[in-house]
Design a protein around this ligand. Structure first.
Ligand SMILES: [Zn+2]
Length: 356
């Protein structure tokens, strides 16, 4: 089965009332762990790569690894997505490589750091939609800015600045209409990475979890019940995974994630794609540290990469169950980019899948 346009995976998730994890990858072990988890839980799944990941693994290796994944598990609907594309050129490159979905993050300028104007965001997002839809490729855009930095991408905003750049539901409605995008990444106070909060208890000085503006998701869903929302920076940063890292020589104090309950609330209100990266990184690092700490004589990478892959697998299984995508792999017949192209109104009279 060829790779599936992400739009179909999101449309089906909306029909079924569940969310789909979009997991970031850099290497073979992560891709294998995701696919094994998707197979074991019968989940449709989105694998995504940031520009940093593509640079690390070299584009062609990652693309071919994902194709191998699809070949091993043809019954799993799988979309390949570019995370945080920063320019039309980057998105075009990904589409040429065979990605079935791209994100153009017009919330920031091309440097991936400076917050953009609304008008500039609309203009670049629309350009990517005009490029992608005639090819059947899905487009995700972003309105508002997230905190934190991911693979060198992000404004690194402070908590106050993050709160000043939350997604405005009214503007979101205009943005979706003006661009024609398929999925909207919203800024509700989440940050990339493991350090999601600059909030401190004024009395004790203790770091507190980030406060999320869930009401903005509720409001956007009310205004646009058919809009697929995306939550970025949505790792849960489980304490037990951080504890393993710290137990075996790591130093990760004061980490906080997004509680699964809040993600589930988002899913009830139109969130269909949930980006998770940090959690699998934590699981893998903890597993590797443990092996190297307990058996310092070992030097075969397989001795620590296999436990790392197993630890990541468990994270993916847990998330697939929590987001509700588990059990839905066989619900529908995946369509091709050509059918999706027709559904967007290019060169045909609809794909007949009921997605439009
Ligand atoms: Zn992101």
């Amino acid at each position: 089965m060829p790779l599936v346009p992400m739009r179909q995976i999101l449309d089906e998730a909306a029909k079924g009332g569940y969310g789909v994890g979009a997991f970031n990858v850099n290497n073979m072990e992560q891709i294998q762990a995701i696919m094994q988890a998707a197979h074991d839980t019968q989940s449709p799944v989105i694998i995504q790569a940031s520009r940093g990941a593509l640079m690390y693994s070299k584009l062609i290796y990652l693309r071919n690894l994902i194709e191998a994944a699809e070949e091993e598990f043809p019954e799993i609907p799988l979309a390949m997505h570019l995370d945080h594309g920063n320019s039309v050129e980057t998105c075009k490159q990904a589409i040429d490589l065979g990605f079935t979905s791209v994100m153009i993050d017009g919330s920031l300028a091309e440097d991936g750091k400076t917050p953009n104007t609304y008008e500039a965001n609309v203009a670049i997002t629309k350009k990517v939609v005009d490029l992608a839809h005639p090819l059947g490729v899905t487009v995700e855009g972003e309105l508002g800015c997230l905190g934190g930095i991911e693979d060198g991408h992000g404004a690194g905003l402070s908590t106050d600045e993050v709160n000043a750049h939350l997604t405005d539901p009214k503007q979101a409605e205009k943005f979706v209409a003006a661009t024609g995008l398929d999925a909207l990444a919203v800024a509700i106070g989440t940050s990339h990475g493991a350090y999601k909060s600059g909030r401190k208890d004024p009395k004790t000085g203790e770091v507190l979890p980030p406060a999320l503006a869930m009401e903005r998701i509720h409001e956007i869903h009310k205004r646009m019940p058919n809009c697929h929302m995306v939550m970025h920076g949505s790792s849960s940063v489980p304490k037990e995974l951080v504890d393993i890292i710290n137990q075996y020589g790591g130093k990760m104090p004061g980490t906080f994630g997004i509680p699964i309950e809040q993600i589930k609330d988002g899913i009830k209100h139109g969130v269909r794609k949930i980006n998770v990266d940090t959690d699998s990184r934590l699981a893998m690092t903890g597993a590797i540290r443990k092996v190297l700490f307990e058996t310092p004589q070992k030097f075969d990478p397989r001795d620590y990469l296999k436990p790392a892959r197993d630890a990541a697998y468990q994270v993916y299984v847990d998330r697939m169950n929590a987001f509700g995508q588990a059990g839905h792999a066989g619900d529908y017949k995946p369509i091709t980019l050509t059918a999706m192209k027709k559904a967007y109104g290019f060169g045909g009279d609809g794909c007949g899948c009921g997605c439009h």
